[in-house]
Design a protein around this ligand. Structure first.
Ligand SMILES: Nc1ncnc2c1ncn2[C@@H]1O[C@H](COP(=O)(O)OP(=O)(O)OP(=O)(O)O)[C@@H](O)[C@H]1O
Length: 255
C-alpha cells in the first residue's frame, strides 16, 4: 500500500493552519487563558487525535479551529481561508460547506427520523428537498444503516445514533470532520466499530478527521497524536503513515 507522511508533504496540502492562537474566556471573576499560543498545521487526509487532561483546552482548540468560537488572538486558515476575516454569517456558510461535526452525545433531533436528521443540514444550506433526500440516503448507505432511515433516534442503539451523526456530517461533502469524544458514550466494541468507520471514510473518501479524545487506545489509531497541557501543545507525535486515498478517489471529485 502506498503511504506518505505529513513531513513529506508541502504547504499546498495544509488544510488547517493555526498560528500562535490564543483564546481567553472573560468570566465575571477571572480571565481564563484556555489557549496560550497554539501553532499547528494539519494536512489533507490526516487523522489527528488531540489528547490531554481535563481542562487543558482540547474542546476550546477544536471549537476555535472549526470556527464554532472566535479566538482572542492569532491566525486560523482553513483551506487557505483566514476565518477571522469572515463575518458570522459567512463563517456559518463556510462551516456548512467545508466541515462536518460529530459529538459525544450525537446531537440528533429526537422528533426527526434518521433520514430527516441527515437531510437537515442539506436543507439548511439551500439544497432542494429532492437532492437532499438523494444525498442523505447515499450518506446513510455509506454508514451501513439504510434499513434504519425511517426510525427515530430513541429507537436506535448508541452506535446506530453515532452512525447517523456521521452520515449527517458526511452529507454536505465536507473536507474536514471534527469529532469531540465521538465514542465517549459507547461501549468498547461499539467504539471500535465507530473508529473503524471513520478510518474507512478517511481512507476511501480522503476526509481529514480531527478527534478530541481522553483515551490513548483511540488516539493510537490516528495518524498523529497531539497532546496538550495548560492551553499549549506539549507533544506532536506521528503514529503511523497515513494511507493514500483508495478506490473512491478524491473527495473533491464527488462534489
Ligand atoms: N465558556 C467558557 N467560559 C469560561 N471558561 C471556559 C469556557 N469553556 C472552557 N473554559 C475553561 O477553559 C479551560 C479549557 O477548557 P476545555 O473545555 O477546552 O478543556 P478540555 O481539555 O476540553 O476539558 P475536558 O477534557 O474536561 O472536556 C478550562 O479551564 C475551562 O474551565
Amino acid at each position: 500500500m502506498e503511504t506518505e507522511t505529513s513531513r513529506e508533504r508541502g504547504q499546498d496540502d495544509v488544510v488547517i493552519e493555526a498560528i500562535d492562537i490564543h483564546k481567553h474566556y472573560d468570566t465575571s471573576k477571572v480571565v481564563v487563558k484556555a489557549l496560550q499560543g497554539v501553532t499547528l498545521r494539519i494536512h489533507r487526509k490526516e487523522v489527528v487525535a488531540i489528547m490531554g487532561p481535563s481542562g487543558c483546552g482540547k474542546t476550546t482548540l477544536l471549537n476555535c479551529l472549526s470556527g464554532l468560537d472566535r479566538i482572542t488572538q492569532g491566525t486560523i486558515r482553513i483551506a487557505n481561508q483566514d476565518i477571522r476575516n469572515l463575518s458570522d454569517r459567512q463563517l456559518t456558510l463556510f462551516r456548512a460547506r467545508e466541515m462536518g461535526f460529530v459529538f459525544q452525545t450525537y446531537n440528533l433531533l429526537p422528533v426527526l427520523t434518521g433520514l430527516e436528521n441527515v437531510e437537515l443540514p442539506l436543507l439548511v444550506s439551500g439544497v432542494s428537498s429532492r437532492e437532499a433526500r438523494t444525498r442523505a440516503l447515499a450518506s446513510i448507505e455509506q454508514v451501513g444503516l439504510l434499513g434504519w432511515a425511517d426510525h427515530r433516534p430513541a429507537e436506535m442503539s448508541g452506535g446506530q445514533r453515532q452512525r447517523f451523526a456521521i452520515a449527517r456530517a458526511l452529507a454536505t461533502t465536507p473536507s474536514i470532520v471534527w469529532a469531540d469524544e465521538p465514542t465517549g458514550a459507547l461501549d468498547s466494541k461499539t467504539s471500535q466499530e465507530i473508529l473503524d468507520l471513520m478510518l474507512t471514510l478517511n481512507h476511501e473518501l480522503g476526509l481529514t478527521f480531527v478527534w478530541v479524545t481522553h483515551a490513548l487506545e483511540i488516539a493510537r489509531q490516528a495518524n498523529r497524536m497531539i497532546t496538550m497541557a495548560d492551553g499549549l501543545i506539549q507533544e506532536d507525535i506521528p503514529i503511523k503513515a497515513q494511507a493514500s486515498v483508495g478506490t473512491f478517489g478524491e473527495r473533491g471529485a464527488q462534489r
